[in-house]
Design a protein around this ligand. Structure first.
Ligand SMILES: [Mg+2]
Length: 234
């Protein structure tokens, strides 16, 4: 445990090491205290205002966001057009955003302070689905906003990697994400993990699929921190 604790104080080095690993390998390599609770935290719409940042980015390229459903590309329109962009255009914008826009995301209010307090009592890990070319921007963004935790980049549903991470501690495990499919994936692959859902964008929130009876809902970190404490430390 002493060795693990030393590593936790040097997350930047660990993240560099994780860089060359697949998500599954990183799940084994990342420092996890086997005796403490473990909190696994998503980035977009949980720590970072992704929709808002993506809106600003596409705006610079002649597109605008009209949020009227829980979707990403279907809310993006060529300025003045009645039809949302097709998947291919959306994907190009998304990939470009992670080359040239992902530094601009506004942090979600209270997230860094809440995680700082929680990290005194549990291991905190960041688990984000981002393209691999966005890794350094994402890491830089986390550091800039005081989120000095090891980061794993995943692709696809998060259940399998959360199951692998959860197996590394005997403590309680929590998982926060905005997307119901990820929460359901974790419920199915790692049923003992406590799931929490948050969607930081107030415009998107009314359209979001949720299931608060299965995944604890909080609008913001003022509500999320006590919910985590109650279910993971209570
Ligand atoms: Mg997200």
């Amino acid at each position: 445990m002493g060795a693990d604790r030393t590593n936790i104080l040097k997350p930047a080095l660990i993240v560099t090491d994780l860089k060359t690993l697949s998500a599954a390998e990183a799940a084994q390599a990342v420092p996890v205290d086997p005796a403490r609770p473990l909190l696994i935290v998503d980035v977009d719409e949980v720590l970072a205002h992704f929709m808002q940042g993506f809106e600003t980015f596409v705006g610079r390229h002649g597109y605008e966001m009209r949020i009227d459903r829980f979707a990403l590309f279907q809310n993006v329109y060529k300025a003045g057009s009645d039809e949302s962009v097709d998947m291919a255009t959306g994907k190009v914008l998304f990939d470009d955003f992670f080359r040239d826009g992902a530094d601009d995301l506004a942090p979600v209010d209270g997230a860094a302070a809440a995680l700082d307090r929680l990290s005194a009592e549990m291991t905190v890990l960041i688990l984000t689905n981002a393209p691999d070319h966005g890794r350094s921007a994402r890491m830089g963004w986390l550091r800039t906003h005081g989120l000095h935790y090891p980061m794993i980049i995943n692709s696809g549903l998060k259940g399998p990697i959360v199951r692998d991470l959860a197996a590394r501690t005997t403590g309680k495990v929590g998982f926060i994400d905005d997307l119901l499919p990820n929460l359901e994936s974790v419920a199915s692959d790692a049923p003992d993990v406590v799931r929490f859902q948050m969607i930081a964008d107030e415009r998107l929130r009314p359209y979001a699929p949720t299931d608060p009876a299965r995944h604890v809902w909080a609008d913001d970190w003022v509500g999320m921190e006590p919910a985590i404490r109650q279910r993971m430390l209570g």
